[in-house]
Design a binder for this molecule. Structure first.
Ligand SMILES: [Zn+2]
Length: 526
């Protein structure tokens, strides 16, 4: 995997023109990439007329996060349909299920005693709306011998905000410790943190409940709210998921402020905070995929698909999970419509709903469109952040390498040289929407990106925002995807689906191909 080559060639047309001239002169090394007019036009269109910054701004800043069942998800769907219409691409809204309708309102969390400080925090997704702000004292979940002791204590939570997360020993990420701490000090911190994490886990299990059922029990006992802190192991970053309470708010408070409240509570200062969170319940709403299409001319009943989930968590704006995958696919389809309007095979794009709750949109599509799945030439999915693509695997299809390597011959060396391919690879059982296709033996591939600190900093976090997008990488991915789709569409051969024999598992039993999982079409509703 080479990462030293820059993508500067794609920044401006002048550089690109220079590169093309140079390549044309070295005819002996000039590949298909530089001699095929469609490929050249794909590169030229993205280089001279990229729309990704504009699209990112409209979707991420304008519409915002796209949690399943929210009006913003619905608005994003309408926005995508409008965009495709503007580019002359047929696109449809495919409803496949229903979900709890909910809309996030404001979150204001302030410490009001022993001094005043506005805190960094937010309500979790689906947190119940509050009629008015509530001011109350905090209590830390104590350590109990067993569930009987926990139940005896429970009445003490009445009217209190209950802190149920561990107080992290440090707000510095490990890479920062590694750089500056002495080895002894770093090791000591890690050992203490592991012991503390284990002890906290035991503290939860000793209640006889789980992180899922504990908030509900506290709510029933009359707590005023649940206070959590789900640190994502980077500076100032938390993961924001969903609430389990039905009446009282569940909030996440950033490590820095959570630690301060924890220490003040522990030392007997009796801090008080005011929580004001608003949200709306919107009943039962449709959940959907957006599917775009450029009809094939020669083999209209065979399909090449672009794929990326459209929904997100809502602590940030879902910029890299999966705004960037979404924009890559939209941009690639826009370019293809412009430079390759009469494809051999039909080109489709799937913008999936509710991937975050279990690949639901793509699983529903696989169930609802067997004719497409049966005639799928290839599907390319991208869903691991903003980085340029560096990994493509064959997903356990015996001949995947023959096809994908052939398609890659058209990709410019500056992009191709960064990609490590693994053929035939092994079938992915989950992680993102390509797996919904692999499970039924259809060729779904994952365009694996360079991580750009995705795991800690942007994935499902409150920092997953526009500013984290690396547009050069995104543009490179749009070019790559458009070229792969073009090549897969033009290939005289149809993809062959022979599967490899999977190696035995750890127990020595024969390896099993991942199984199809049913889509959840009725989510978040009791
Ligand atoms: Zn994702």
């Amino acid at each position: 995997m080479k990462t030293t080559l820059t993508l500067l060639h794609f920044i401006n047309a002048k550089n690109m023109a220079k590169m093309l001239v140079v390549t044309a002169l070295c005819t002996s090394t000039a590949g298909f990439a530089q001699t095929n007019p469609v490929v050249n036009n794909i590169i030229k269109e993205e280089t001279d007329n990229s729309q990704v910054e504009k699209l990112a701004h409209e979707l991420l800043d304008g519409v915002g996060p796209r949690l399943v069942g929210t009006p913003q998800m619905e608005k994003a769907g309408k926005w995508a349909l409008e965009k495709y219409k503007g580019w002359g691409i047929t696109a449809r809204y495919e409803k496949w299920g229903e979900w709890r309708g909910w809309e996030r309102g404001v979150s204001h969390i302030d410490m009001v005693y022993p001094r005043v400080k506005s805190l960094e925090g937010t309500q979790l997704a689906w947190s119940p709306g509050m009629k008015k702000p509530v001011t109350a004292e905090l209590v830390i979940l104590p350590e109990f011998a067993d569930s009987v002791a926990f139940k005896a204590w429970l009445p003490a939570v009445k009217g209190k905000f209950v802190m149920i997360s561990m107080n992290q020993p440090t707000g510095r990420p490990d890479y920062n410790w590694k750089e500056f701490a002495t080895t002894e000090s770093f090791d000591k911190m890690k050992a203490a943190r592991t012991a503390q994490t284990d002890a906290w886990r035991k503290r939860i299990t000793n209640t006889g409940l789980t992180t899922r059922t504990l908030p509900v029990a506290l709510e029933k006992a009359g707590a005023a709210g649940i206070v959590t802190s789900n640190w994502s192991a980077g500076f100032g970053v938390d993961k924001i998921f969903g609430a389990y309470t039905k009446v009282i708010p569940t909030v996440d408070i950033a490590l820095e402020d959570y630690g301060m409240l924890y220490r003040l509570t522990e030392s007997g200062d009796k801090p008080k905070i005011t929580i004001q969170t608003e949200s709306k319940e919107l009943g039962v709403v449709p959940t959907f995929n957006i599917v775009g299409e450029i009809k094939g001319t020669e083999k209209p009943d065979e399909y090449v698909m672009l794929s990326a989930h459209f929904d997100s968590w809502d602590g940030g704006t879902g910029a890299t999970d999966n705004g960037t995958g979404t924009l890559t696919m939209m941009e690639a389809l826009r370019i293809l419509k412009k430079v390759y309007p009469h494809p051999k095979r039909t080109i489709l794009v799937g913008h999936w709903g509710s991937e975050e709750e279990g690949l639901n949109g793509s699983r529903a599509f696989v169930e609802d469109h067997p004719e497409i799945v049966a005639n799928l030439q290839a599907l390319f999915n991208q869903d691991n952040g903003t980085g340029r693509v560096v990994n493509i695997g064959g997903q356990g299809f015996a001949n995947a390498g023959d096809f994908i390597n052939r398609w890659l011959t058209a990709v410019p060396d500056t992009i191709k040289h960064q990609i490590k391919t693994t053929f035939p690879g092994s079938p992915g059982g989950g992680g993102s929407d390509f797996a919904s296709f692999v499970a039924v033996g259809a060729p779904g591939f994952s365009l694996g990106s360079l991580n750009w600190s995705y795991g800690n900093y942007t994935w499902h976090t409150n920092r997953d925002t526009y500013d984290k997008i690396v547009f050069d990488d995104l543009k490179s991915n749009a070019i790559l995807t458009a070229i792969l789709v073009y090549m897969a569409s033009e290939d005289p051969a149809k993809f062959t689906r022979e599967k490899i024999t999977l190696p035995n598992n750890a127990k020595g039993e024969p390896g099993k191909w991942p199984e199809q999982v049913k889509s959840n079409r009725h989510g978040g509703l009791d």
